[in-house]
Design a protein around this ligand. Structure first.
Ligand SMILES: C[S@@+](CC[C@H](N)C(=O)[O-])C[C@H]1O[C@@H](n2cnc3c(N)ncnc32)[C@H](O)[C@@H]1O
Length: 254
């Protein structure tokens, strides 16, 4: 199954100049969704290093890499909040997807990362912004409810829901030459499914932990997908659920 936002990530990679043979660092790689996507572009001659603080995700990524027989992809456990050390240097590019929003000091993390990037190396970011969405003409209470539970949970976890809108400033402030920042939207229509039921299911334990819900029955997970789908059909609604900011910067110092 394609990961959420994969088409946007492909567009970001393809418009950046990442190519066969390059050495790329995937910051906050999780279980490797972006890493394995990148593998298509850098080929056998390139190299990718993924780093993440979630041990389970790193183990899952290592297992997948082994199953696929990829010998030029490496995953490491590391905390991006600290002055992390990598046994590699001279990367042609760094990519970060949906990670800066989780970091207490994203500028510091990027600055540490720049030490590993070659002069004129690329910095690619894809970060969601949830501060202005959902946007639509019709009342969509079922959609609004699950989206606001997810947003509340993220806010309580100190996730920056405005990261997309702040991306250009952050990339500029760390000294990158920002070549391009643009926004893509994820929309839902009566015929187009949304990720919200899936995300609701994925985040139910975190909702409980953050006391955003007292009981999972409040979300009605068993019928959520169906209720959301029916609501879109009844309303014949087009609905902007998400803004996805993409940015490409270049290291200008040595
Ligand atoms: C929403 S996931 C995105 C994963 C992956 N980049 C993707 O797009 O599929 C956010 C990731 O950031 C990682 N993360 C958050 N804070 C981190 C930190 N301080 N150090 C390392 N990784 C971190 C999480 O463990 C998680 O894997």
């Amino acid at each position: 199954m394609a990961s959420i936002g994969e088409d946007i990530t492909r567009k970001l990679i393809e418009s950046s100049g990442i190519k066969n043979g390059m050495k790329v660092l995937d910051l906050g790689c999780g279980n490797g969704n972006v890493t394995f996507l990148l593998a298509d572009y850098i080929g056998q001659d390139g190299l990718i290093v993924g780093i993440d603080s979630n041990e389970n995700a790193i183990n899952e990524a290592k297992l997948k890499s082994k199953k696929l027989g990829l010998s030029n992809i490496f995953f490491h456990l590391g905390n991006l909040d600290q002055d992390f050390k990598l046994g590699y240097s001279g990367f042609d590019a760094v990519i970060v997807r949906r990670v800066l929003m989780y970091l207490p000091n994203p500028k510091k993390t990027i600055q540490t990362t720049l030490n590993y990037l070659k002069p004129k190396g690329l910095f690619l970011a894809q970060e969601n912004d949830l501060s202005l969405t959902p946007i639509g003409l019709k009342s969509m209470p079922e959609h609004i409810k699950i989206i606001s539970l997810i947003k509340k949970t993220l806010e309580k976890e100190n996730v920056n829901l405005k990261m997309g809108l702040e991306l250009n400033t952050i990339l500029t402030d760390v000294g990158l030459s920002v070549e391009k920042v643009w926004v893509e939207t994820a929309i839902s229509t009566p015929n187009q499914p949304t990720p919200w039921a899936y995300l609701g299911k994925m985040m139910k334990d975190r909702m409980l932990e953050q006391k955003v819900i007292n009981d999972v029955s409040e979300i009605g997970l068993e019928t959520l997908e169906k209720r959301l789908s029916e609501e879109r059909v009844i309303n014949q609604s087009t609905f902007i659920t998400d803004l996805v900011f993409c940015g490409i910067g270049r290291k200008i110092t040595s």
